[in-house]
Design a binder for this molecule. Structure first.
Ligand code: FDA
Length: 311
């Protein structure tokens, strides 16, 4: 993996660098390439454009590691406003939402898990009333057990709630087995955080091998796999496994991030695959952007140039 990955992921959690970087207007080239805007209106506009192109969407109101109950409430309200706006535009057949539990209270002291569960229930209820679904994003490994426990609780009332599993964790193949049951929506991604070697594969090859083992479990199982990767090799392997297991196009989907390989997103949709784009929006784009830089340090040059030109 890139030498820059670890320092960039550390910077993703630095409050000082965050202050400096977020002075850049969101329209500054590189940010705009990954985040269509800061408010509900721009999120809905971006969604409408993607749906016109026959793509599906999952929207993420940016914000994570919230240590403030009011902020968690504001995030819940942002999702409710978003779902209402998507419904008013007739977009909920093609657009769902992705939620980070740490943005809705999981990290709050004492009752964090309970608060996050109740907040997630509120969002799931609003999503169902609007005719759509929620997927619970996965964050760093220290939260994996709690996040999966919350998911199990949510699925009692909202079985359509999606899970996310990260192929870089040693545990994930076994988590895939547990979640490959009928009706279970599971997003498989490689994983975006800086994880220690006792819990996570460190080399790209090992992560890719794990991704393929997990694909076999999910595509060979009874659930609805959501294959979240930009990696051309993983996409090719997933397509051939899908036909080997006799999967129809509507029984799984591909997912990619907004602004990443957009031509490939269109190509897959045109080829008859279900292709969903993850659209993050909001003012708290810093941590998200730094994780994207860590994945592709070539973008760092453009990023630093736009940072310097705005100061
Ligand atoms: P990787 O980064 O290994 O890249 C492999 C290859 O893909 C590259 O060599 C290149 O060919 C191509 N590629 C990658 N990025 C490119 C770019 N910017 N431009 C052009 N080509 C590019 N993570 C997490 O921990 N929790 C979560 O909940 C989620 N959720 C999530 C949802 C969705 C829809 C996606 C697509 C991803 C996530 N992730 C995530 C992030 C994920 O874990 C991972 O960090 C990124 O997707 C990058 O991994 P890739 O599989 O794309 O391949």
């Amino acid at each position: 993996m890139s030498l820059l990955r670890q320092p960039l992921l550390l910077l993703a959690r630095s409050q000082q660098v965050k202050k400096l970087v977020t002075k850049m207007p969101v329209s500054a080239g590189i940010v705009r390439g990954y985040v269509p805007g800061e408010d509900t209106r721009s999120a809905v506009e971006a969604t409408a454009g993607l749906v016109d192109d026959h793509l599906r969407v999952t929207l993420d109101y940016l914000g994570e590691d919230t240590l403030d109950a009011d902020r968690a409430d504001a995030t819940v309200q942002a999702y409710l406003d978003l779902l209402a706006a998507l419904s008013a535009r007739g977009l909920t057949r093609h657009a769902e939402v992705s939620v980070k539990l740490s943005a809705i209270g999981q990290a709050l002291p004492q009752y964090g898990h309970k608060i996050a569960l109740e907040n997630a229930r509120t969002i799931c209820r609003a999503a169902r009333n609007a005719g759509t679904t929620v997927t619970i994003d996965m964050e760093d490994h220290t939260t994996a057990d709690a996040t999966l426990a919350t998911l199990r609780e949510l699925r009692k009332d909202f079985p359509e709630t999606g899970a996310v599993l990260q192929a870089y964790l040693h545990r994930t193949e076994s988590d895939c087995r547990a979640l490959a049951y009928e009706g279970s929506r599971v997003r498989l991604c490689k994983g975006a955080y800086d994880e220690p070697e006792d819990v996570a594969f460190q080399g790209q090859l090992d992560v890719d091998r794990s991704f393929v083992r997990c694909l076999k479990v999910l595509l060979g199982g009874q659930g609805y796999p959501m294959i979240a990767t930009h990696d051309p090799r993983m996409i090719r392997i997933a397509s051939s496994l899908a036909s080997r297991y006799g999967r129809e196009a509507a029984s799984y989907e591909f997912q990619m991030l907004y602004g990443v390989r957009p031509e490939e997103q269109l190509r897959l949709a045109e080829a008859g695959e279900t292709m969903r784009v993850y659209v993050p929006y909001g003012t708290e784009w810093y941590g998200y952007l730094m994780r994207r830089m860590a994945e592709r340090p070539q973008n760092l040059t453009f990023f630093l140039r736009s940072l310097i030109s705005k100061r």
